[in-house]
Design a protein around this ligand. Structure first.
Ligand code: NCD
Length: 316
C-alpha cells in the first residue's frame, strides 16, 4: 500500500479489500461495551479542514479517537492568506508539532498531493476531499456499504451494477467511486445532464447516460449526488423543478432497481431536489448506515497507513 491515500487510484484491488476487511473487524469492536483500541496511542492525527464538512470531519475524529490517537482538529476556513502559502505555513506548523497523519480537506484540487509530495512534512496524508477531484475514503465507505448489502460473503463487487446520478461535474465522490468500484469489479453508469458531465468522462472506466429512467432498471444500487450550488458559477440547468423531474429520485424510479437494490447518498442531501424525502427515508435507503460505516472504514485507513500493530483482538 502507498504511504499516503490521495486517490482511489492509489489502491490496488488487494489494498482495497484489505481495508474493507479490516473495517469489518473494527466494526465488530464497535459493538463492544468498550469501543476503544490502544492501537494508535501516542500518535497524533491532525484534521486539517479548509472547507466545510460535517460527516467527514466528525467521522475522522471519531475514528482516530477510537484508536486512541491524539486528535487535533484545525478548521482553516476564513483564512485570507493565499492558498499555496497558507498551506505551506500550516504544514510547517503541523510538522513542528509532530503530526503522524494529516487528514486534509481543501477547496483546491491537488492540495493533498502538494502536501504529501512537497517535502514539508514527514507524516502520512489522507485526502478527505479536494476540490472537484477526489474523496477516496468516501468511495471506500460506499464500497463497504455496497459489499455489506450486495455480496453474501463480504467478497468483492464483481458484476454488480451501480448507477451514479447527478452533479458529476463537481463531484469528487463520483470520480473516486468510479475508480474504486471499477477496481473492485463493479459496473458503473454515470447519469447526468450533459452540462453536468465532466469533459473527458469518456476515458473513465464506466458507462455514460443522460437518461435516468433508461439506466435504472435492474441496477443493484443507485448513488445520488448533491447538486453543488456553491461550486456553480453559471446556470447548468433551467430550473430546480426541471432538474428534479429529469434527474431526481422518487419512489417510482427507485422501484426500477433490482429486488434488494439500495439507495445511497454521501450527504448532505438537498431533499426535494436530487432525492425525495420519501426515498431518502424509505426502505431501500442506506444513507444513515453510510455514515456509521464511514467511521469503521476511516479507522481501517488510519490503522493500515500508520502501520499499527495487530491488536484488534484486545480492547483496552
Ligand atoms: C461530499 C463531499 O464533501 O464531497 N460529502 C461528504 O463528504 N459526505 C459530497 C457533497 O458535498 O455533496
Amino acid at each position: 500500500m502507498n504511504k499516503h491515500l490521495l486517490s482511489a487510484a492509489d489502491l490496488t484491488r488487494d489494498d482495497a479489500v484489505a481495508i474493507l476487511d479490516t473495517a469489518v473487524e473494527l466494526a465488530r469492536v464497535s459493538d463492544r461495551t468498550v469501543k476503544k483500541l490502544p492501537t494508535l496511542r501516542g500518535r497524533t492525527v491532525v484534521n486539517l479542514f479548509f472547507e466545510d464538512s460535517t460527516r467527514t470531519r466528525i467521522s475522522f475524529e471519531a475514528a482516530a479517537k477510537r484508536l486512541s490517537a491524539d486528535v487535533i482538529t484545525f478548521s482553516a476556513k476564513g483564512s485570507s492568506v493565499s492558498k499555496g502559502e497558507s498551506l505551506k505555513d500550516t504544514a510547517l506548523t503541523l510538522e513542528a508539532m509532530g503530526a503522524d497523519a494529516i487528514v486534509v480537506r481543501h477547496g483546491a484540487s491537488g492540495a493533498p498531493h502538494r502536501l504529501a509530495h512537497s517535502g514539508w512534512i514527514d507524516g502520512v496524508v489522507v485526502n478527505a476531499g479536494d476540490g472537484t477531484h477526489e474523496h477516496p475514503t468516501q468511495a471506500l465507505l460506499d464500497a463497504y456499504t455496497l459489499r455489506h448489502h450486495l455480496s453474501s460473503d463480504e467478497g468483492a463487487l464483481d458484476g454488480r451494477h451501480v448507477v451514479i446520478v447527478g452533479d458529476v461535474l463537481h463531484s469528487r465522490v463520483a470520480r473516486s467511486n468510479v475508480l474504486l468500484l471499477h477496481t473492485l469489479g463493479a459496473r458503473v453508469t454515470l447519469v447526468a445532464p450533459p452540462t453536468l458531465m465532466p469533459v473527458g468522462v469518456e476515458s473513465w472506466p464506466c458507462g455514460i447516460s443522460y437518461d435516468l429512467d433508461a439506466a435504472l432498471p435492474g441496477a443493484d444500487a443507485v448513488m445520488m449526488l448533491r447538486v453543488q450550488a456553491e461550486r456553480m458559477n453559471a446556470a447548468y440547468f433551467p430550473s430546480a423543478n426541471e432538474y428534479s423531474r429529469r434527474y431526481g429520485l422518487d419512489v417510482r424510479r427507485s422501484d426500477l432497481l433490482a429486488d434488494g437494490g439500495i439507495v445511497m447518498h454521501p450527504g448532505p442531501m438537498n431533499r426535494g431536489m436530487e432525492i425525495t424525502a420519501e426515498v431518502a427515508d424509505g426502505p431501500r435507503s442506506v444513507i444513515v448506515e453510510q455514515v456509521t460505516n464511514g467511521v469503521h472504514v476511516r479507522m481501517a485507513v488510519l490503522y493500515r497507513l500508520l502501520g499499527a500493530a495487530d491488536v484488534i483482538g484486545e480492547a483496552s
